[in-house]
Design a protein around this ligand. Structure first.
Ligand code: SAH
Length: 445
């Protein structure tokens, strides 16, 4: 078996990343853009020790779930993975992904997992987008690479991006403003990042340096592009890095804080703070978390990894007290402002790492009844889970995860520490991509 060999294989599984998996004499071959049950002709493009990667040449027997991609750039762009299948097939894949991780990593062989809560929108659902700017143009990166595919629209993102990208592109060409070049670490404009909410769209221009020439002309172009712009900011991010945003943000126009609401709670969101990207699904996700919390009104609720305070404030009126913890200082400032703005007086906030701050909170005499954990992809630090399991008053944990593998690892750890998973509900926040959110209710045994 070697590179450039051609084979006909049947697809029998899927990787966590959404690629089809087939076998050649027992040896695993990953083939992007294929579906379980299909027979396909492939050419091997990589043969490694434990697996090979094949490129699809032809679908010989298609799955009933195969669809024509609604996105013209799908097969070039690295953003989405699943436009070639029906949404029903995607939901089955996502449920299986959660179930496989819980079995393989968590050791939960017979645990019940609810059907995935589907997204009401499968295109145009993202309220946040980022488009790299390179000497090759503005667009998206190809799969697993920094090769730019020029495009001024993205089917899972808001329609507002197109006129914004066109106006920045026009301004760059007209005034000879250079794009940042990763190879030579030179040039100015690195990225265009947008976030859309109730108050309009916030445009963030990420630059490799402080100086931004032709600022007035840039502002004029953007605010006259035909969509509601609530603010324009410049974020300074200097040097060779894959991180999108630097620490410093300057307001060029309007308000740097975007406003949005989830149900009847209104939130102010600063550019560096985390905010869920699919709003209708966020309402469903938080409602499920609130249902699992089953608050009676007296409880103290820990909102760990609270971001701008969203989940806790969504529950605050049914709880005794909310204690929020978050590592990004701007997000904590937003959380405090949001509580005030929403008339929520029973929420307090701490800035720092959840695993370090939790001890302080307990030492101050807090007696939490419920903990909500909503960590980033890498999951929770064991130190946090250790302290939580030692809190006598704590009887319930609601774990919201955006990565099934780290969720499974942490659920196993918590199970050994005395908290058993009772309900597991995946919620699709990210249609057409392999990502899946999961809400889990755990009770003390
Ligand atoms: N619950 C919020 C945010 C979830 S995203 C919401 O639903 O909007 C995860 C958050 O955890 C981010 O805001 C991130 O800044 C924060 N974070 C990452 N590592 C952390 C840590 N070690 N301790 C506390 N917060 C952390």
């Amino acid at each position: 078996m070697q590179k450039n060999d051609i084979y006909e294989i049947e697809i029998t599984g899927m990787t966590d990343e959404g690629d089809g998996v087939g076998r050649i004499n027992g040896f695993a071959v990953f083939v992007p853009y294929t579906i379980i049950g299909e027979t396909v002709r492939i050419i091997l493009i990589k043969v490694l020790k434990n697996y090979a990667v094949g490129k699809l040449i032809e679908v010989i027997i298609p799955s009933k779930s195969r669809t024509k991609s609604a996105c013209a750039d799908f097969y070039k762009c690295g953003g989405c993975k699943l436009w070639h299948m029906s949404y029903e097939e995607e939901l089955l894949f996502k449920k299986k992904k959660v179930s496989d991780c819980l079995k393989r990593i968590g050791g939960f062989d017979n645990i019940n997992i609810d059907d995935v809560v589907p997204s009401s929108k499968i295109s145009r659902y993202r309220n946040k987008s980022q488009f790299p700017v390179t000497p090759e143009g503005i667009g998206m990166y190809a799969v697993h690479s920094h090769r730019l595919i020029e495009m001024n629209d993205c089917l899972i993102s808001s329609e507002v991006n197109k006129p914004i990208l066109e106006s920045v592109n026009y301004w760059m060409k007209k005034f000879g403003i250079e794009a940042y070049d990763e190879l030579s670490d030179s040039g100015l404009i690195r990225n265009i990042y947008t976030r859309t909410g109730k108050s309009g769209t916030l445009v963030c221009i990420v630059t490799n340096g402080q100086t931004l020439p032709r600022k007035k002309e840039l502002i004029d172009e953007i605010i006259n592009c035909g969509t509601t712009i609530c603010g324009i900011v410049q974020n300074i991010n200097i040097g060779k890095t894959n991180v999108l945003l630097g620490k410093e943000t300057k307001t060029l126009y309007g308000n740097a804080e975007l406003t949005d609401n989830i149900s009847d709670i209104e939130f102010s969101i600063s550019p560096l703070s985390f905010y869920q990207i699919n709003k209708p699904q966020t309402e469903k996700l938080y409602s499920l978390a609130r249902e699992y919390a089953d608050l009676k009104g007296h409880e103290t609720v820990l909102d760990m990894y609270c971001g701008i305070g969203t989940i806790g404030q969504f529950m605050a009126r049914s709880a005794g007290k909310i204690i929020g913890v978050e590592v990004v200082p701007q997000a904590i400032e937003d959380a405090k402002d949001n509580a005030k703005h929403n008339g929520i007086e029973n929420a307090e906030y701490y800035c720092g790492k959840a695993e370090s701050i939790i001890k302080q909170i307990v030492n101050r005499g807090a007696k939490p009844d419920i903990a909500i954990l909503d960590p980033p992809r890498k999951g929770c630090d064991k130190k946090l889970l250790d302290v939580l399991s030692d809190i006598k008053s704590l009887n319930k944990i609601i774990y919201i995860s955006c990565k099934p593998s780290t969720l499974a690892r942490d659920l196993k750890y918590l199970n050994d520490k005395g908290f058993a998973p009772q309900k597991i509900t995946p919620v699709d926040m990210f249609p057409r991509t392999p990502h899946i959110e999961t809400v889990v209710l755990l009770n003390r045994k």
